[in-house]
Ligand binder design. Structure first.
Ligand code: HEC
Ligand code: HEC
Length: 193
């Protein structure tokens, strides 16, 4: 019986990695293996539909992973992926990426929209999305320099009700027009220093 168990554990590679991470902080190799293809070893997004994780608070990453795992937050890939890990793994991953330097994408955005968005951010969002979205209060994710395409996908999920937003955020968000929301996304995407 013992023999069969260890053979099974070896075959289940993902589970073996997860168990190793439970005992110790994730090694850079583990992060490279599991996250880097999409989020980079340095937490910088590798594609337009993926967020950068660098400099996100540990709480923001842990909360997001738990919501992906439970299905509360809709996703294309993260839900399936998160199911392979424990809460302790999420803590270790969060600690790893929170130590990385913020990743700037230098993407082109609509300047007029971004300027309008800057004022709207100051008035409506800056209480939680601190410092032009470069920092986040508690479990608030980093917004600055995220790809516009990713931000638009998340905005659509909020607008359709598939992704729930914090009550205090909804109070601000729901009062804004579609144009105002888009201006805000251009502002955040365009923050490049
Ligand atoms: C195949 C690509 C892929 C891999 C591998 C991947 N991610 Fe993701 N990640 C995404 C995408 C795409 C999203 C946006 C949500 C969605 O649609 O799944 C995302 C979103 C996230 C978010 C939400 C961030 C925010 O700003 O809201 C976190 C946290 C995250 N991933 C952590 C991880 C961690 C930790 C790993 C490694 C265990 C990982 N991801 C591996 C593609 C990936
Ligand atoms: C009371 C605090 C608060 C306020 C005010 C707030 N937010 Fe948020 N925001 C959050 C938190 C917390 C999350 C993460 C939510 C989650 O994972 O469910 C978030 C997530 C987001 C996301 C998704 C980002 C990602 O990577 O997943 C967008 C887009 C966003 N906020 C836009 C805005 C805009 C635009 C405003 C102003 C109109 C705003 N927020 C006001 C707290 C706030």
């Amino acid at each position: 019986m013992k023999q069969r168990w260890s053979g099974w554990a070896l075959a289940a590679g993902a589970l073996t990695i997860s168990a190793a991470a439970f005992a110790a902080p994730p090694t850079p190799e583990m992060i490279s293996f599991a996250c880097a293809g999409c989020h980079g070893t340095n937490g910088g997004s590798a594609g337009l539909t993926m967020p950068s994780l660098a400099a996100q608070s540990k709480a923001a990453i842990v909360e997001a992973m738990k919501k992906f795992k439970s299905g509360e937050r809709p996703s294309t890939v993260m839900g399936r992926l998160a199911k392979g890990y424990s809460d302790a793994d999420f803590e270790a991953m969060g600690a790893f990426f929170s130590r990385q330097k913020i990743h700037f994408t230098n993407q082109t955005v609509d300047k007029a929209k971004a300027a309008k968005g800057a004022d709207l951010q100051e008035a409506n969002c800056s209480r939680c999305h601190l410092d032009d979205g470069k920092d986040g209060k508690d479990d608030t994710p980093v917004m600055a320099s995220q790809w516009l395409e990713y931000l638009k996908m998340q905005a659509e999920l909020y607008d359709s009700g598939k992704r729930k937003m914090p009550k205090d955020m909804a109070e601000k968000w729901n009062r804004l027009s579609k144009e105002d929301r888009e201006a805000l996304l251009h502002f955040y995407a365009g923050v490049s220093k």
